[in-house]
Each structure stands twice: as structure tokens, then as C-alpha cells.
Design a protein around this ligand. Sequence first.
Ligand code: PLP
Length: 445
Amino acid sequence: MNRETSRELYDRSLDVLVGGVNSTVRAAPQPYPTFVQSGDGGHVIDADGNRYIDWVMGLGPLLLGHDLPQPVTAAIQRRASDGPLFGTPTEIEVEHAEFVARHVPSVELLRFVNSGTEATVSAVRLARGYTGRNKIVVMQGGYHGAQESTLVEGDADHRGPSSAGIPPAFAQHTIPVPFNDADAVTEVFETHGDDIAAVLVEPILANKGIVEPVAGYHETLRDLTHDHGALLIWDEVITGFRVGGLGCAQSEFDITPDVTTFGKIIGGGFPVGAIGGRTDVMEEFTPTGDVFQAGTFSGHPVTMAAGLETLQYAAENDVYEHVNRLGGRLREGLAAVVAEHAPAYTVVGRDSMFKVVFTRDGDAQSGACTGGCRQDPDCERHAACPKTGADVGDAAVQRWNRVFRPQLLDAGVLLSQNQFESQFVSYGHTEADVDETIEAYRNAL
Ligand code: PLP
């Protein structure tokens, strides 16, 4: 496959963009990233004219695929031609907020921002302002964007910033705990309960290979936060309007967070984030409360139009039925491939998310993965399935990154940039895309 133009573009970009990219993970593929020229349904075409089945889907926002349906395109064009933005409120922001509040029961009031990172930054500040406390509990291996309060590594006893440029003192206010470990988080609340403003958690770890919650874990977090007067913040930047359809993951898991952060799909492919939650909490934001929050581009009319029309299109068409059915077909097919060729590996994901984690502990004796790990204690290989971010970190990450992904690229299948990032099915994908992908996995594994 000729990728000469991608190579030349990367060479050029290294002169003017840091590391040749505008977001760190994009530089992960070796020896250079694929530069994409255009999208077409469930496919992308690169700068050399090569076509790939695309399971990256913009890292999550593109629920409808690369060809936006006519009503979505028309709404975007109409908004752009009305003038890009005004610095005053517009009706479309109200309509979008009404849609989200109507479908996500825990959300009464919203504030739109411009990225998932901005949403989690604001949500953490809101929780601290609302409770008058400092500490935030996060999950090891969870991801909440490039922000000071959550770029923390270690454990409850020894923790520090996971990036240069963050004062170590900041990390003292963030307590990382292992996902799915009820005892660990209970102990943290016993020690620090009076100073914990919030637990910030993804419903499923979606940036670390996809790790499902074990039964009862989210209920434990809900009870602990409730009992200690802390807030429960669900980071639904990835799962929002993807897992559980229009009700989001919180409807699927039947948990009512106090605050939810959104991003990705709610902007229909344009930069977006949002914080939503109970009125008494949300009104702590300025201008009604004291927690300062603002943004020139927040509630951008073009983004609002793209996001709202995307969600309305999903509500009125068979979008979730389509993406979830293809997601199931993929996971089942991949489970059969794994059973035959790599029984140690685990197929993870739900609804329209999927990944094969190159776990090392499973083996033929404990039975192969049946597809779409649900942390079922009765599953023969329950013990081998990842329960924490660290379990995924222990997988054969380099094999996935350096051997497997390039093989799939050569076969015309574009996977996410590393073993950890989720992959996404869109409305633009077809059964043929799924079957071709399963075949490519079969050949590579
Ligand atoms: N929260 C989660 C769960 C995410 O997956 C991401 C990004 O992938 C973010 C927050 C940050 O969002 P953004 O990249 O839009 O800043």
C-alpha cells in the first residue's frame, strides 16, 4: 500500500506542529500517522487515496458516520450562513438543552462548553464550590481530558501528577483508586470523607481498553457519595448518547448521578462539551451562583445545530438499532476468531463500542471469551477479564500497537491509535464492513 503522501505530510508537519500533531495520541501510530483526506459512510480515504474501514470515527463523536444525513447537513449550513456566532444567546442552545434534559432524567439544567476537558474542569470546580471541599476521587486508568485535577497517578497513599507542569500540591487533592474495588474506595471515604467534593467516574472505562463495572460497583459509589455529602459526577463524554441510546449509560445502569459531563456526540462532530445536573447543584455556576464559568465559543450555534440535529435524527430513525446490532455482530464474530486463534484475548465493549484486549491470563482451559465482557461471575474466564485499568495496562500492549494495528491498516482497516482507545460503530457502517473486519482480525491473529 502506498502511503508516501502521509509520510511526506508528517515530515512537513514536524517542522510546524509539536510532534507533528495537535493531539498527542494521534502521533502514536508508527512510523507515522495516516493523514485522512475525506470520509465516506463508514470509511475514510487517506491522502494517498487508500480506502479504509474506519472504526476510529473521530474517537467517538461520529454516531452517524462520515456522511451526515441531509437534515443535519442542512441545519449546519443554515446556521453557518446566518453568521457563525454572536456572543449573545441563540434559540438553538435552548432547543439543544431541552432535548438533553428531556432524555436524560438526572439532567435538569445544562451549561454547554467546547470540549470534554472543559466539561470535566468545570464539573470539578462546581463540585468543589458546591460542597466547599477540595478532594476529588478518580479511577486509575480513567481519563477525563487534559486537565490539572485528573492528570494524577499513583494510589490513595502515594500520588503525584502524571504530567510535567502540574504542581505536586494539586495532586494531593485528587485520590486515584482502582476501578471496581469497592473496599478501596470505601477506605478512602473512611479516611477523607469530610473533605471529598466528588467522585468522578466513567460508567465504563472507555479509554483503557473498555473495562465494564462489576455488579454493585456504581451502587457503592452512589451510596458512599450520598452518605458523605459528596457529589457523584458521571463522565459520559464517550458513553453519552452512545451507550444506552438517548438515555445514556446512566439509564442502562440505572444510576442517578448528581452531575454528568458530556462531549463528543452531542456536538455532532464539532467541538463541544457540556455539564448537566440537578438544579440546586448547577445553579452554583455563575451567574446564579459563585463558581465562575464562561466561554466565548460556548453554545456555538453551528455546533448546537449539528449536535441537536444528530440527536433528533437518531431519535427518529433506526440509528441505535443499527449501530448496536452491528456492534453485537462484530463482538460475536471477534469472539469466534479469538476462541480459535487467541483464546487468551478478551473481547470487550457494549452497544456500539468494541475492542479486543490482548490479555495474557486467559487460556484455552478457562474457556474463550464469548464476546462483550459483562463481568459475569458465572463466566468460565471471569478471572481473566480486565477489572481495572492496570489489568489492561498489563496486556500485550506493544503487540497490539506495533504488530497488530499495522497489519490491520495494511488490510484496509483503520483501528484506534493504541490498545487503550475504544473503537466505534457508526450508522454509516454496513454488515459487509463488519464481516470484512472480522476476516482481517482472523488473518492477523
Ligand atoms: N472524558 C472522557 C471520558 C473522554 O474520553 C475524553 C476524551 O476522549 C474527555 C473527557 C476529554 O474530552 P476532549 O478530548 O473533548 O477534551
